[in-house]
Design a protein around this ligand. Structure first.
Ligand code: ADP
Ligand code: MG
Length: 413
């Protein structure tokens, strides 16, 4: 079974594609083109909304948006990946009022205006090679591309230039994108994706502290040490996702209250023993009656474990012990599968088949219940491992997966 590879577009190709979509729809040339990457996360999953640590990087796969400002407040949007033109008056954008993909873009304009920036209406055309709903954050790529394009055409001065990105300004754009997704698109997000898309740097992992929003750029050049990171898009249909994500967040929040801390991050930093935490969570009346204490103990164990694993991976990379990252990925997968219970058969088969074929380790990434997995492999074995995963999917009768060899790409610009 031969693996199918998901190609990325060059920046020039993506720009030209977006300009063409714009021209075909609006019969004019766009004033500017913005683009932003999807992301993968090496380690630290479901830790962002617990004020924890995450360790993502930007993909080469990007979303492109061609955009022209209007004098009025009308927003007209078209996407090569969607059928209908999406139209709204910016003055009428409000939480809970919208459905559909355009809400991600209109929401960014709304959030920037809420923050006091002079944004009006605009016409925009979108196209992307980031796969949808694959856990690679096409939604954040869409928001971030809109954010930098709006920054450019309305002269907000927040993004900086390609060579000299303005990280403080980008933090403002990140917040606008998060508000767009949470409040206008109505999708839950913890904030990792938007930071990765706007604040990552080419050739680097982004160590993001979700408590302070502080970042550290960590060099990520696997091919220099004969390794590669394989991304496996399982193409599994997302099921049950919305309710499950909200439940996990609610359990973490209830556990933090029971433990007397603002977020689970504080417990991770306090270095308390697992037994002590379990005893406190399972004490009568510690948790609200809709939370199962035994389940909460496992959920907390995952979050604390993954924050610790991020720290261990940072140390391993720093010491040049890159191969040893592999087993930590698999450890994280087991934790997500058994303690956090957000995996699914396709993700488990992807990780197990990759490891059986010689990967150094692997795990599901993103929210779970579908989406993508990563596997750390020897560079010259990437094809072999991908073929083995494709064969395992065929054996199980699953939809054929898609593959990428990850490279840490540039942020939104
Ligand atoms: P993920 O972020 O993992 O890809 P999400 O469900 O969070 O999955 O976001 C996918 C949604 O984002 C799509 O259903 C669509 O509404 C919107 N979206 C992403 N990319 C595009 C695009 N190129 N054109 C139009 N809508 C897009
Ligand atoms: Mg998303």
């Amino acid at each position: 079974m031969t693996a199918q590879w998901i190609d990325s577009w060059s920046p020039v190709e993506g720009r030209e594609r977006a300009e063409k979509v714009y021209r075909d729809c609006f019969n004019a040339e766009p004033a500017g083109v913005g683009s932003a990457p999807g992301r993968a996360n090496l380690i630290g999953e479901h830790t962002d909304y617990n004020d924890g640590l995450v360790f993502p990087f930007a993909l080469l796969h990007r979303t492109f948006i061609a955009l022209t400002a209007r004098e009025d407040t009308i927003i007209r949007l078209v996407s090569a990946q969607e059928d209908a033109v999406w139209e709204v008056d910016l003055d009428e954008v409000a939480p809970g009022a919208h459905t559909g993909w355009g809400a991600y873009v209109a929401g960014v304009a709304w959030a920037l205006r809420e923050q006091g920036y002079a944004v009006r209406g605009f016409d925009a055309a979108v196209t992307s090679c980031v796969p949808y709903g694959a856990g690679l954050s096409s939604s954040a790529a869409l928001e971030a591309s809109a954010a930098v394009a709006l920054d450019e055409v309305f002269g907000l001065g927040l993004a900086g230039t390609v060579d000299e990105p303005n990280d403080e300004g980008r933090k403002v754009l990140v917040q606008a994108c998060i508000r767009a997704e949470n409040e206008i698109a109505g999708a839950n997000t913890g904030g990792m994706d938007q930071s990765a898309s706007l604040r990552a740097q080419a050739g680097h992992l982004l160590l993001l502290d979700c408590q302070t929003q502080d970042v550290q750029q960590v060099p990520f050049a696997l091919s220099d040490v004969g390794l590669a990171l394989l991304i496996i898009d399982t193409r599994a249909p997302h099921q049950l996702v919305d309710g499950q994500y909200a439940q996990r967040r609610a359990t973490c929040e209830a556990a933090a209250v029971a433990l007397g801390v603002p977020s689970l991050r504080a417990i991770a930093d306090a270095g308390r023993s697992a037994d002590e935490i379990a005893a406190q969570l399972t004490a009568p009346g510690a948790l609200p009656s809709d939370q199962n204490p035994e389940v909460a103990v496992r959920r907390v164990r995952h979050v604390l474990g993954d924050i610790e694993r991020v720290r261990r991976v940072v140390t391993l990379l720093d010491e040049g012990r890159t191969e040893e990252v592999g087993p930590l990925l698999t450890e994280a997968h087991v934790s997500l599968r058994d303690d956090y219970e957000v995996s699914c058969p396709e993700l488990d088969v992807a990780v197990d088949a990759a490891n059986a074929a010689g990967a150094l380790g692997g795990r599901m990434i993103g929210g779970g219940f579908g989406g993508s997995a990563i596997a750390l492999v020897r560079l010259d074995e990437a094809q072999k491992v991908a073929d083995a995963v494709a064969a395992a999917f065929a054996d199980k009768g699953f939809t054929a997966p898609g593959f990428m060899v990850a490279e840490a790409g540039a942020p939104a610009f």
